[in-house]
Ligand binder design. Structure first.
Ligand code: WT7
Length: 631
């Protein structure tokens, strides 16, 4: 997949170079790493601040870095308010299309009215600065209103992906001690209605902290509304209290904006915490430079707002840059495999940003579906979430981009807040490589002792510097944050990404994949621990293990092993029931391909499951060093 030696070089066309926001990489890169604070201060100057910062980077509590300290801002001031006083006021901010073909549009002015109304509703419900509001919604405009309404009043949003289920939602509500949940009656997927409110009801039973549940009406599912706890969104915003005027709260640059849970090496998901100031600067700068965004562009990041990609590049970065964003609720191949290409043609989308899994999935239906459509509005294409295999890269480039759209393959993480390794449109491309570090970032590949490895050798990917978009901590767990991600070497802190990678002779970075117990399944990040605990929550399972094995479409697929309770016999029916149990508890994305019944699992003497041994066995490979395997 990442065979650097075989790669061709794709050079940008003259057109691309002539209109690029950043016409040259190397000189600006050198400047940005030698004058990191100066570079970021210049970017921050392009945004509005209620009060300018005193210090660009405060390293006094490293690795708990702080950016733009003393500055007063609010991400909504830049994402909405500032646009109301300029030509963007009447510009389209959001174009939304539902799976059944409904269309809704919001100008920046309209967006401001919606967000202000909802912000006033939240205030009337007693939501205050610093409170965590959980959002569990389908991809509809109200999801964006809810996020921005929280930010506007200084509340912290915690969005839980709408494809997750009861257990995943309950554990995230509980960790955050959320009092308020915003959800919808249901979502649409392939013509079917997903009963989000029922899942939310079950989650609320398990996590009793929720006192108020606000429900958006998105389809015609019958839902139960509990008096005094559950309220319809449309009823609330019709109340006099929901005025379309609401002051944006002036916050410190380092005040928290959101937490977003992500899977890690062990145990429960981690609530990565991001803040207003640095995140505003980082998402808008990366979006403007890497995606070359222009005022007239229509931008489509076809991710879900419930993941970091959506937070940074559907909502915050693009809105700060005053872009017009496309949002689509539904399946890419519904009713036919040309749905996305139809959307691109219909709305004149200029930039599409999606995942290798989605590209592979659509590629499978053949060229005739995209060929039915005029895709000539496309100027740039982006990829994110997992390594892109050269075959999918070339199809995306040739068939979707007609051979003249640069492919911006972006490597980053929930933790990094924004893209960290990516080409600029002017960068010569190698299919499968995310190319070079973004400005300000120094990235090296090191061995177990922390020494930089030679070119073309595999090692651990580390980031040697702080950057404004970095997560500040794990919600309520500073110690875990420091221990999981940071290493001090000769007085300098290094960030450990958890990925393995190579750098080739030209300094191009080739990310290989996760080194820890995290699985990337269809680009979704799932922890083996969460899948295992969902399995073990079934009364007939006593122990379980989950591993990822290569899969043509999904990148990786989940395979599981289960030890059954005494007296229970394994059967095909039980295997299916267990797979469905995991889907019910965690969400369909976590449903295992299979369950193998075993009598024992390979473990270390300290009792840790050796997943690499299971994986090697499944692949018929050498099991490697077994010295820590228990008898
Ligand atoms: C992990 C982070 C970045 C937003 C979506 C994922 C993998 C991400 C790439 C890429 C190779 C990639 C890494 C990383 N990854 N982008 N362009 N090439 N691998 O965020 O869910 O936090 O997952 O996704 O393994 O560590 P996330």
């Amino acid at each position: 997949m990442n065979d650097a030696s075989s790669s061709e070089l794709f050079k940008p066309s003259i057109d691309v170079i002539e209109q690029a926001n950043v016409p040259e990489y190397q000189a600006l890169y050198d400047y940005s790493v030698n004058n990191r604070e100066g570079f970021w201060a210049e970017q921050a100057e392009t945004l509005g601040w209620y009060k300018k910062w005193d210090k660009v980077l405060d390293e006094s509590k490293a690795p708990f870095y702080q950016w733009f300290t003393g500055g007063k801002t609010n991400i909504v001031h830049n994402a909405i308010d500032r646009h109301l006083t300029n030509a963007n006021r009447n510009k389209m901010a959001i174009i939304w299309e539902g799976e059944n073909g409904q269309v809704r549009n919001y100008s920046y002015n309209g967006l401001n009215r919606e967000v202000s109304q909802f912000a006033n509703v939240l205030k009337s419900m007693g939501v205050e600065k610093g409170d965590v509001v959980t959002i569990y919604m389908p991809q509809i405009p109200e999801l964006i209103f809810a996020m921005l309404a929280c930010a506007k009043i200084g509340a912290i949003h915690s969005v839980v992906y709408g494809g997750f289920s009861t257990d995943a939602l309950a554990s995230r509500i509980e960790d955050a001690h959320s009092r308020v949940l915003i959800t919808a009656d249901g979502g649409w997927r392939r013509g079917k209605q997903i009963d989000l409110k029922t899942i939310a009801d079950n989650a609320m039973k398990r996590s009793p902290t929720i006192e108020v549940c606000i429900c958006v009406k998105n389809n015609d599912l019958e839902v139960e509304m509990e008096a005094t706890r559950d309220f319809w969104y449309h009823d609330l915003i019709a109340l006099p209290i929901a005025s379309p005027k609401c002051e944006t709260e002036q916050l410190d640059a380092e005040d928290p904006l959101f937490i977003l849970y992500t899977s890690g090496t062990t145990g429960s998901p981690k609530g990565m915490l991001h803040t207003h100031g640095g995140y505003s600067v980082y998402t808008s700068t990366t979006h403007r430079m890497a995606f070359d965004i222009k005022p007239e562009d229509r931008w489509w990041c076809a991710a879900d707002p419930g993941w970091i990609t959506g937070h940074s590049y559907i909502v915050y970065g693009p809105l700060i840059n005053g872009a017009t964003i496309m949002l689509y609720e539904g399946a890419p191949n519904y009713p036919y495999p040309n749905r996305w290409w139809q959307i691109i043609e219909k709305y004149g989308i200029n930039i599409l940003y999606t995942s290798p899994t989605a590209i592979r999935g659509l590629m499978r239906f053949g060229d005739r579906w995209p060929k039915k459509h005029d895709l000539s509005s496309l100027r740039l294409l982006g990829s994110v979430g997992e390594p892109i295999n050269p075959e999918a890269w070339k199809w995306y480039h040739q068939v979707i981009g007609n051979g003249n759209c640069p492919i911006i393959d972006t490597w980053w993480q929930t933790e990094t807040g924004g893209l960290m390794i990516c080409p600029l449109p002017v960068t010569p491309l190698k299919p499968g490589s995310a190319t070079k570090p973004f400005f300000g970032n120094e990235i090296t590949i090191v061995d177990d002792e922390g020494r930089e490895v030679a070119a073309n050798e595999e090692g651990k990917l580390i980031i040697n510097n702080p950057w404004p978009g970095m997560a500040r901590t794990i919600f309520k767990d500073d110690e875990r944050y420091k221990a999981l991600y940071w290493n001090e070497v000769d007085g300098k802190w290094r960030y450990l990404a958890g990925d393995s990678a190579k750098k080739d002779d030209d300094g191009y970075i080739w990310v290989i994949g996760r080194m820890d117990e995290v699985l990337k399944v269809s680009g979704y990040r799932l922890g083996t621990a969460e899948i295992e605990s969902a399995l073990v929550s079934h009364p007939q399972v006593t122990e379980a293990a989950a591993i990822g094995l290569p899969h043509e479409l999904k990148g990786n697929a989940i395979h599981t092993y289960a030890i059954l309770a005494q007296g229970v016999a394994g059967s095909e029916e039980l295997a299916l029931e267990l797979r469905e149990h995991v889907a019910r508890e965690m969400g369909r994305i976590a449903m295992p391909e299979d369950v193998t019944f075993v009598d024992a699992l390979p473990k270390t003497r300290s009792g840790k499951i050796m997943r690499r041994v299971l994986k090697a066995r499944a692949l018929g490979q050498d099991e490697g060093d077994l010295s820590t395997l228990e008898e």
